[in-house]
Write a protein of this length. Structure first.
Length: 381
């Protein structure tokens, strides 16, 4: 019988007759095709989660037993693979809010490839984010990293964070125990001077030009002056937009309206149960969004899903008018004068704010202002 010799390059993915061996994440090159690092029989989610990192696509594996790190078993830890997606290099995705989640289950290769195409994403990974739930696991992992690469550099933005800039290996390692994360990235196509994510803050790797770096992250953002076919919006005295009433109007009302143009329906899925937490209609091009509660029993029934919020993030991308005297570009102090002090939340603190919150029955209207304190956007929830 001939002896089968396996190349070292594929050892991390070796299959034995007793089942699949664990993938040692520390040995990945971080340019592997997605199908080499996942198993469709496991709980897989793909999409955007701004609390992790808004400018790339995330492929999340939950409740897996197939991964390790330098021999340390990662059973029960969430593993997230980062995938470059040019479509997500835009500022609109980051303005969904710090906890915006838009992940959906993926059961097979066809579903994954469909999502990758929709985000103009590559079919390979460039980074991993490893959950570290326990102090013991954090300590074990740190010892392995320090044994291999020495002491890390202190992250000035967190209490216990460290990082390694491994130039010869084209690799960044960010140890973020404050947020239960180990992050390892192939730095080949990343900035060599700056790094930012929500768990590490902005790190100067040497000569960082923050403004230039930020513009590169959002290089595909649409310039407001170039936006075409702006939707016409009318806000009445009760903060209803185009007659849609927050807390009352349904998904069916919206779908059958003329306002529903260039909107994409998205669902926020509970990764543990598969239930729909929230429905969103997004018009990224015009920075206009509707958020709806999903009926627990029949989320597919559009008559039962209710509009609970809407956001217009950049007035320059829409044609908007107000019945209450507001105008786009009004100065902060002039806007304040339009409302009764009693209707403004935390009126005494306005001198420290760049937004105004107004009581709106059971809801709240937030008026947003730009860096020049000019009225530029709004959110009703």
């Amino acid at each position: 019988m001939k002896k089968l010799v396996l190349p070292l390059a594929i050892l991390p993915f070796m299959i034995s007759c007793k089942g699949q061996e664990k993938i040692d994440l520390s040995k990945l090159n971080l340019n592997e095709p997605t199908e080499k690092v996942i198993n469709y029989d496991e709980d897989l989610l793909v999409g955007v989660e701004t609390i992790e990192y808004p400018f790339c696509l995330l492929l999340e594996v939950e409740n897996s037993e197939k991964y390790s790190f330098e021999g340390i078993d990662l059973k029960g830890q969430k593993i997230i693979f980062q995938i470059n997606a040019e479509k997500l290099k835009t500022d609109s995705i980051s303005r969904f809010g710090g906890a915006h989640i838009d992940l959906k289950p993926v059961k097979n290769e066809k579903e994954l490839k469909s999502t990758l195409r929709s985000f103009n994403a590559e079919n390979k990974i460039y980074g991993i984010r490893i959950e570290m739930k326990t102090p013991g696991l954090k300590s074990e992992i740190l010892k392995k990293i320090e044994l291999k690469f020495g002491k890390g550099t202190k992250n000035p933005n967190t209490d216990k964070g460290l990082y390694w800039n491994l130039k010869k290996q084209n690799r960044y390692i960010f140890f973020s125990p404050d947020y239960d994360r180990l992050i390892i990235l192939n730095s080949t196509n990343l900035s060599k001077t700056c790094y930012w994510d929500t768990f590490n803050g902005l790190i100067d790797l040497g000569g960082c030009d923050n403004e230039k770096y930020t513009q590169e992250l959002i290089k595909n953002a649409t310039k407001p002056e170039d936006v075409k076919d702006k939707p016409i919006l009318k806000i009445d005295k009760n903060w209803n937009v185009n007659h849609f009433i927050v807390g009352k109007s349904t998904e069916e009302d919206f779908v059958e309206s003329q306002t529903n143009k260039n909107f994409e329906r998205m669902e926020e899925i509970n990764g543990s149960t598969g239930d729909i937490n929230q429905i969103m209609y997004q018009n990224e091009y015009h920075d206009f969004y509707f958020y709806l509660s999903a009926n627990k029993i029949s989320p597919e029934n559009r008559k039962e899903n209710i509009i609970v919020a809407y956001a217009i993030n950049d007035f320059r991308k829409v044609e908007i008018s107000f019945e209450n005297g507001l105008k786009v570009g009004m100065k902060f102090e002039d806007v304040v004068k339009l409302f009764d002090k009693k209707s403004i939340i935390d009126y005494e603190d306005l001198k420290f704010a760049n937004y105004i919150e107004i009581k709106n029955g059971l809801y709240k209207t937030t008026l947003n202002f730009d860096e020049k304190r000019l009225f530029s956007g709004m959110f009703v929830k």
